[in-house]
Design a protein around this ligand. Structure first.
Ligand SMILES: [Zn+2]
Length: 509
């Protein structure tokens, strides 16, 4: 037996055997069988070695023809905005404005009589017209009922005439076409919230989708989160709406709440925990918001209180000032292993790698974006920036930790497609993006398992199949070692196990 056993007097509740077990433990990457007891992994080894742990109460699960992996960890998604999408038209598949209008027309007939008609997920790049829809396009669907159509990224929204009127901005010349950029905080107050029932229904569907895709832990990365949201996630867990384990970031604007409540970093339990403090940095028409000095002060404040900061930075200038701010905080107030996070870090030229490494920071990247939006990057990202686009291998070669996430609903939750894209560096159309950054299978799997655990300071309890680790596992149909990288995204999750319990099974769908 190649693993240390916790205690030979305990017998297993669950025993997995017959499949290909990839442990993500670099010293013992493969095994024949796993024994689980009390929600944790008891022993890992060969079938004969694990016999002493079996008893009459042990449930035996054959995994012949299947692959067993640690459960996927998605360290950056937005659960509530994802859940809200189930209450509107899915505009993400529209490839023209008439298709968008059709989707909204169908939603109009479904939505109750006085509710807003909502649509989510359009992308002007994917529309034949190559432009944002306008209020005129939406008025053609209805002028009587308000329509709110949100862009895939959440950075833009389109309102029809009735919606502009209800929001009180129908005479504002800035919105004469009905297209609003970076106005989400305004929309949150101007547009009625979804009903609690509609939101809960969405949360339940999201909870199922997480299990269906093998995501056993996630971090909610919403910058608007407050302690009330943390309490909401606790309710989602206690009412069995979301079975996956949640780490909930809190936005910088609510950081005072955290301090006033005297919460320590990552406080909570095995199911719902406080996460890092989220700061957004945007660049718009050459202006950075917040300014470099403001950002550095925010980072320093979070850092000095012992919390992990998570800075959203996409373009080169925001990434640059985020790294400067982190470096300043870490130099002025050294503390062991701060593990500050850069969310996206989409353009990362060579000098930034040194700062990332020297400050012990982590990049949380989205390989799935290459698959879903690679065509757009190929067309719109200037050629000279391509070598720095969504890097992964360079980070690893430099000793920088990098984790993979979906950013759902900005892109679909699809960890297997993320693994595929990290290996192939190809868009769904086949276009190749910066192939020097391609990872091998074990590094790509690590992005969504061990690295996700590292991000949340959970590397000794999650992300590997090893004794003492949480029994959070995903079982895939097929053998991932034999499947060509470009087909990994088509693999199906057969079962998802959290805390030693089968919480989702394809056979029961
Ligand atoms: Zn995000």
């Amino acid at each position: 037996m190649f693993f240390v056993l916790m205690s030979s007097s305990v017998t297993a509740d669950l025993f997995l055997y017959g499949g290909h077990i990839l442990t993500l433990d670099p010293y013992h990457p493969q095994a024949e069988a796993v024994a689980i007891a009390d929600g944790k992994i008891l022993a890992v080894g060969s079938v004969s070695e694990l016999q002493p742990f079996l008893s009459s109460h042990t449930e035996r699960l054959s995994c012949v023809g299947q692959t067993v992996l640690p459960g996927f960890i998605d360290p950056h998604l937005h659960l509530l905005s994802w859940a809200s999408r189930y209450s509107g038209a899915d505009a993400s598949t529209a490839r023209s404005i008439p298709e968008l209008q059709l989707a909204l027309q169908q939603q109009l007939t479904r939505a109750s009589a006085n509710a807003w008609v909502r649509g989510y997920g359009y992308d002007e790049f994917l529309l034949a017209e190559k432009r944002h829809p306008t209020k005129h396009d939406l008025d053609a669907v209805t002028r009587e009922r308000p329509i709110l159509l949100r862009h895939r990224t959440g950075h833009a929204a389109v309102l029809n005439s009735r919606a502009l009127e209800l929001a009180g901005i129908e005479h504002d010349s800035a919105f004469s076409e009905g297209v609003l950029f970076e106005m989400e905080p305004f929309l949150r107050t101007a547009v009625p919230q979804l009903s609690a029932d509609a939101l809960e229904d969405g949360v339940r569907r999201v909870g199922q989708e997480l299990l269906h895709q093998g995501v056993t832990s996630f971090h909610d990365a919403s910058a608007g989160n407050t302690l009330e949201d943390l309490a909401l996630f606790q309710r989602f867990h206690s009412e069995s709406m979301v079975a996956s384990r949640a780490t909930v970031m809190i936005g910088i604007n609510a950081f005072s709440q955290v301090l006033e409540a005297s919460l320590s970093p990552f406080s909570g339990d095995d199911w719902v925990r406080l996460g890092s403090i989220k700061i957004m940095v945007h660049e718009s028409r050459g202006l950075l918001s917040p300014s470099p000095e403001e950002l550095a002060e925010m980072i320093e404040r979070v850092h000095r209180h012992g919390f992990q900061v998570a800075v959203h930075a996409v373009e080169e200038a925001p990434v640059c000032i985020a790294l400067d701010g982190i470096a300043r905080a870490v130099q002025r107030w050294p503390r062991p292993d701060p593990r500050h996070r850069l969310e996206h870090c989409s353009i990362c030229p060579p000098p930034f790698l040194d700062i990332l490494r020297d400050t012990g920071s982590i990049v949380v990247t989205q390989p799935g974006f290459l698959h879903f939006y690679g065509e757009k990057y190929a067309a719109e990202v200037p050629q000279d920036l391509h070598p720095w686009l969504y890097r992964t291998k360079s980070f690893l070669d430099c000793g920088i930790h990098v984790a993979g996430s979906s950013d759902c609903p900005i892109a679909p939750l699809a960890p297997l497609l993320g693994i595929q894209a990290a290996m192939t560096r190809r868009a769904s159309s086949g276009a190749s993006l910066n192939p020097e950054e391609a990872l091998d299978l074990s590094s790509a799997l690590a992005l969504f398992t061990t690295a996700g655990a590292w991000v949340g300071f959970e590397e000794t309890t999650k992300g590997r199949i090893a004794p003492g680790f949480a029994a959070d596992l995903v079982i895939l149909d097929g053998e991932v070692l034999r499947i060509p990288p470009q087909d990994i995204g088509t693999m199906q999750v057969a079962k998802t196990i959290i805390g030693g319990k089968v919480v989702w099974s394809k056979a029961l769908e």
